[in-house]
Design a protein around this ligand. Structure first.
Ligand code: IPM
Ligand code: MG
Length: 361
């Protein structure tokens, strides 16, 4: 029997509700199989930790999680702590520290979910957004001078490196190649941004030659928002810079029915470090502590975590349980217009997992 060592980092707000729910699902899964077990270690990093210690996580925090097999993360954000502190002090510190350079965001309309697009059939919207996760607009380079004076100036410099673009393009082409339609759309803005985005386009063309069986096209980021709404079926795998993909993935999640459902993986494809899985939603302080959060985004992230560990049978069983639960409107949480609680949805998914049979490894 294999033992997987998992770090759980609930963070702030509803992260503290959905991460334990995700752990419950993994525990239910482990009870139903002889193939593997989990060893969890929980880390109380986040805004509460910041209030006590002045930092979101300890200086040597990365060392505590570096040797784990995977990380399950909740969310970071607090009304009393500036957003750039919660983000840079925890989530980005982990993503960049562990060089999780590929952020993967699958989007589908799950059974039982009504998307807002009238003419879009569920099978028309099946995308994976690949977000460059280590540089670009989030490189953190910049500064402020003359603070508080009329001549104050500030910069946020977006940096793209050849190595960084090559590796994310190669990852995206490979992912597109593994999907039935073998179709990749490269998002760009090289009409307005005439240096880094032009290099981005050039490298996309270079890497495309390694993948002759992948069909690909280029779309300007602004035009791509209209294409997502008007012609969703023309898209499959999408690759974009850090900020472009950040924005497009919220649109994608909304078009698929709810931000509460969307999952994401911060992946180190070379597996030098553990990868980190998390729901795409934020800490949602307005509903925290009420048991109303939708845990499905975390459960789908758990599916991605299991796939990353190579546990494809287990991943499939969790996904089937999720889809059975979304099909049942009485198990919809408030974000989906229902009245179900986090605990009810979690119990239903765990019960379904208990009923399915694990196949031998
Ligand atoms: C995301 C989020 C974060 C981001 C926020 C919480 C800073 O929106 O994961 O998409 O912008 O990266
Ligand atoms: Mg975002």
């Amino acid at each position: 029997m294999k033992t997987y060592r998992i770090a759980t980092i609930p963070g702030d707000g509803i992260g503290k509700e959905v991460v334990p729910a995700g752990q419950q699902v993994l525990e239910a899964l482990a009870r139903s199989t002889q193939n593997f077990e989990f060893q969890f270690e929980n880390f109380d990093w986040g805004a509460d930790y910041y209030r006590q210690h002045g930092v979101m996580m300890p200086a040597d925090g990365l060392d505590a999680i570096r040797d784990k097999d995977a990380i399950l993360f909740g969310s970071a954000g607090d009304p009393d702590v500036p957003d750039h502190i919660t983000l840079w002090g925890l989530r980005l510190k982990i993503c960049q520290g562990l060089d999780q350079y590929a952020n993967v965001r699958p989007t589908r309309i799950l059974p039982g979910i009504d998307g807002p697009l009238k003419r879009c059939k569920p099978e028309d919207l099946n995308w994976v957004i690949v977000r460059e996760n280590s540089e670009g607009e989030y490189s953190g380079v910049g500064g402020r001078v003359h603070q508080g004076h009329p001549i104050e100036a500030a910069t946020d410099v977006s940096i793209l490196t050849r190595a960084g673009v090559e590796r994310i393009m190669r990852f995206a082409f490979k992912l597109a190649q593994s999907r039935p339609r073998k179709l990749l759309t490269v998002i760009t803005k090289s009409n307005a941004q005439r240096h880094a985005m032009v290099m981005w386009d050039e490298i996309a063309l270079e890497i495309s030659k390694e993948f002759p069986d992948v069909k690909w096209d280029k779309e300007l980021v602004d035009a791509s928002t209209a294409r997502m709404v008007n012609r969703p079926a023309t898209l499959d795998t999408i690759v974009a810079t850090n900020l472009h993909a950040d924005i497009l993935s919220d649109l994608a999640a909304a078009l698929a029915g709810s931000l509460g459902i969307a999952p994401t993986g911060n992946i180190d494809p070379e597996r030098r470090y553990p990868s980190m899985f998390e729901p795409i939603h934020g800490s949602a302080f307005d509903i925290m502590g009420k048991g109303l959060a939708n845990p499905v985004g975390t459960f789908w992230s758990v599916v991605m975590l299991l796939e990353h560990l190579g546990e494809f049978d287990a991943a499939k069983r969790v996904m089937q349980a999720i889809e059975a639960v979304t099909s049942d409107k009485s198990l919809h949480t408030r974000d989906l217009g229902g009245a179900a609680t986090t605990a009810q949805v979690t119990d239903a998914v765990c019960a379904l997992i208990g009923k399915t049979v694990a196949h031998a490894a």
